[in-house]
Design a protein around this ligand. Structure first.
Ligand code: PMP
Length: 463
């Protein structure tokens, strides 16, 4: 069915939404006056709301998900055909699209070999944590149950994955948390710690992880979980030296390296996976959002064969296997969509396009930086881009959250949807996030930059 965007009031959709739907990450009070925004159509880079307003979506479904863009009939057709043939059987048995997609995925991940299916980024990470915990019991007599995570990284919305997340805005008021998740310091060169060695910040930041390991005891730590580029915590890429040192530390202390590719995975940064920029060899990789670009709910926990093998050998074969199930990990719509999603990325050269358009976008944003002192830092990789706003370039004092919201509001009024980062423990909530679809064109980037230019001009006028 298609909706007439000019005839939405008659469907009562907006009223029903306002009265009954509990939106995600939303304070509902303002809806009493303005009514909620209801998105009714998407095509390419654009979405339309129930009032008929058109928007350029520069964050791929608000949360960096729709990597191949809206309205992909080839994905919808593949999902429909699969559902008619065989919609569901638990992953206790195999199914055709899961087998095909796993092979295609593993071909892009040298060194990795096993794919465990579930439905969300949080769930994929939760599976990874369970794998680590079970290995701790099977192989290390109940030691090595601790999992390290980094300040400013985010790994999910469940209590365990929040316990592994370094973001105040997401965690506050949801404790108490699960034990044995231990925080390590962030790695953000622009906001390097006061005592940091600025001349070799990447290595210095990695060495802070080692300090935590030594303080906790290496024999208590099973895994280190990191985002390849911190996304919602501020679009932060670690500088040279960080990843080789991280890898070395994991090897030295027999700690599994778990990379959370929920945002960076499937092309967002111009490679299939973010970690592939840095020559990292992970033991576990999790992914979700871009896996099927939001055409179906699917996430994957991918491991090396060595990790998988540990679940085969056990004195008690009835207890030693991975005793975990995700009911909807057996839905075939996910892998059917994911397979075509990968084909689109390949056939349309979207990895190259993401690198190319991302570079162009950052170039244009750096031009804006010349014009507006409020822009403190422009950063990112491929089409994952952050713009950190500051009150003063010299002191790098962050702007208030309201300033970022005002810029986003102006962009929205001009038909462009942008995002912002989450408030971290250090109250940093001053970064604009951009993650347009991998199909972005130069014209889309120009429209985005023009909207930001207008918005920043307007917001800084009185400053
Ligand atoms: N990991 C990262 C890096 C994320 O950004 C997110 C979601 N924003 C998650 C995990 C959780 O994914 P989901 O919302 O699908 O559970």
């Amino acid at each position: 069915m298609t909706y007439d965007v000019n005839d939405f009031d008659s469907l009562d959709v907006v009223n029903n939404d306002r009265d009954h739907v509990w939106h995600h990450l939303a304070q509902h009070k303002p809806f009493e006056q303005t009514g909620p925004m209801v998105i009714v159509k998407g095509e390419g880079m654009r979405v339309w709301d129930s009032k008929g307003n058109e928007y350029l979506d520069a964050v791929s479904g608000a949360v960096w998900t729709v990597n191949v863009g809206y309205g992909r009939t080839e994905i919808a057709d593949a999902v429909r055909d699969q559902l008619v043939e065989m919609n569901y059987f638990a992953q206790t048995a195999g199914n055709v699209p899961a087998a095909k997609f796993s092979k295609k995925l593993i071909d892009k991940m040298p060194g990795m070999n096993r794919v465990y299916f579930s439905n969300s980024g949080s769930e994929a990470n939760e599976k990874a944590f369970k794998i680590v915990r079970q290995i701790a019991h099977k192989k290390y007599g109940g030691k090595k149950t601790k999992i390290l995570y980094r300040d400013r990284d985010y790994h999910g919305t469940t209590i365990a994955t929040l316990s592994a997340s370094g973001q105040y805005e997401r965690r506050n008021q949801y404790g108490p948390f699960v034990p044995d998740f231990v925080e390590v310091p962030h790695c953000c060169e622009y906001r390097a710690q006061e005592d940091a060695d600025k001349s070799n910040y990447g290595v210095w930041a990695a060495n802070q992880i080692e300090k935590v390991i030594l303080a906790e005891g290496a024999d208590t730590i099973g895994a280190l979980c990191l985002e390849p580029i911190t996304a919602g915590g501020g679009v932060i890429e670690a500088p040279a030296g960080y990843w080789p040192r991280v890898q070395e530390i994991c090897k030295q202390y027999d700690i599994l390296l778990h990379i959370d590719e929920v945002v960076c995975g499937l092309g967002r940064t111009g490679t299939w996976f973010g970690y592939q920029h840095y020559g990292v060899k992970p033991d576990i990789v999790t992914m979700a959002k871009g896996v099927a670009s939001g055409y179906a709910a699917i996430s994957c926990t991918v491991t090396t064969e060595a990790v998988f093998e540990m679940f085969k050998e056990d004195e008690d074969p009835r207890m030693g296997y991975f005793r975990d199930i995700s009911t909807f990990g057996g839905c075939t719509a996910g892998p059917a969509a994911a397979l075509v999603n990968m084909e689109i990325i390949e056939n349309e050269n979207l990895l190259e396009n993401a690198s190319h358009q991302g570079e162009y976008l950052r170039g244009r944003l750096n031009d804006l930086k010349e014009k507006y002192p409020i822009i403190g830092d422009v950063r990112g990789k491929g089409l994952l881009v952050g713009i950190e706003l500051v009150k003063d370039r010299a002191t790098r004092e962050p702007v208030e959250e309201e300033t970022v919201m005002a810029v986003a509001g102006h962009c929205m009024a001009n038909g462009v949807i942008i995002g912002r980062t989450n408030r971290s423990f250090k109250a940093l909530n001053n970064t604009i996030c951009l993650a347009p679809a991998l199909i972005s064109t130069k014209a889309d980037m120009d429209q985005l930059v023009a909207a930001l230019d207008d918005a920043i001009a307007e917001v800084t006028r009185g400053m």
